[in-house]
Design a binder for this molecule. Structure first.
Ligand code: GTP
Ligand code: MG
Length: 299
């Protein structure tokens, strides 16, 4: 099938065509760039869920899907996380529920391996989420494990970024970089069934207070118990409210600039391979007078 037909089917809501198009992009099959350049503009918003491993992101996504599906919404989910329950759903007892969504007509889930090339993100995550936006979903959710850079990167990807934390992560609060505070549109303190949840929420609010001055708005903090679907309605309300506001704002253009920057960076680096550089250096270095700056000047 040529990509024009494929794209047409994606627009019409053909899940198989969507899955095939994602593979086309992932594997950089011929025509994938033309397909990307043919993507029409849409208004579908991306909800980004990030946070440390095991914070309950997938459980939260599962609960959010539950709410959205119950109100008749169509949801697309991209999971950039090799250890995600979405992979293990069929194996682990308390996670079996997850796998239900795989066969639900209102839900499309695609898991992507991180491949380690971009911190916690997948090298084609921007392209794949942009493709997902063409499918008639009401919302697209992207889950990534927040490991260093990826937390910052997901901010460039999502229209609303939810940073999930857990009460025992006291040290994380201390070491939380200003960057993480900047990217969060909503903070979730999940596992609020744990004893120190309220203390943690208070500490987080105190910690965030100085940041408010530089931030446009106060960042809401929501307590959830994702495994019991507690706090999910409140969280969803906040997310939806933020998404509705985020039309043509300064932030929106920064996010697009962020994405453009990333894609340009990737494109320019594509031809550059470390092993090739090493071979060239090996040849030049023994000749003497090796200068790294002259070496890179024509790269
Ligand atoms: N007590 C408690 N456990 C929870 C809660 N939410 C999730 N869990 C449990 O925490 C564990 C990790 O949840 P996940 O949803 O897999 O967390 P995650 O952030 O997606 O994990 P990774 O994708 O591996 O980074 C699971 O055993 C969940 O059942 C909660 O609110 N309270
Ligand atoms: Mg997960």
């Amino acid at each position: 099938m040529v990509w024009q037909d494929l794209l047409e089917k994606v627009k019409q809501g053909d899940a198989k065509a969507l899955a095939r198009s994602i593979s086309l992009i992932e594997n950089e099959y011929e025509g994938y760039e033309t397909l990307l350049q043919s993507l029409p503009a849409t208004n579908t918003k991306i909800i980004g869920i990030t946070g440390p491993p095991g914070a309950g992101k997938s459980t939260l996504v599962d609960a959010l899907i539950g709410l959205l599906v119950a109100s008749g919404k169509k949801i697309g989910v991209v999971c950039v996380d090799p250890s995600s329950p979405f992979h293990l759903g069929a194996v682990l007892g308390d996670r079996i529920r997850m796998s239900e969504w795989y066969t639900h007509p209102g839900v499309f889930i695609r898991s992507l391996a991180t491949r380690g090339s971009m911190g916690g993100l997948h090298p084609k995550i921007i392209e794949i989420t942009d493709l997902m936006k063409v499918f008639p979903f009401d919302h697209v959710i992207v889950e990534t494990v927040g490991v260093g850079q990826s937390e910052i990167e997901i901010a460039g990807l999502a229209d609303s970024t939810v940073v999930v934390m857990v009460p025992e992560g006291g040290d994380e609060i201390q070491t939380m970089k200003a960057g993480l505070m900047e990217i969060a549109d909503v903070f979730v303190v999940n596992k609020a069934d744990r004893p120190d949840a309220d203390l943690f929420v208070n500490n987080l609010r105190l910690m965030l207070a100085p940041a408010f001055r530089s931030h446009y708005n106060e960042v809401p903090v929501v307590k959830t118990v994702a495994s019991q679907q507690k706090g999910i309605t409140e969280l969803l309300d906040i997310i939806i409210h933020q998404l509705q506001k985020s039309h043509l704002t300064d932030k929106k253009f920064w996010l697009l600039a962020e994405r453009a920057f990333h894609l340009i960076q990737q494109k320019r680096m594509k031809e550059i391979k470390k092993d090739v550089l090493k071979k060239e250096i090996e040849l030049q270095y023994p000749k003497g007078g090796f200068n790294l700056y002259r070496f890179i000047a024509d790269k």
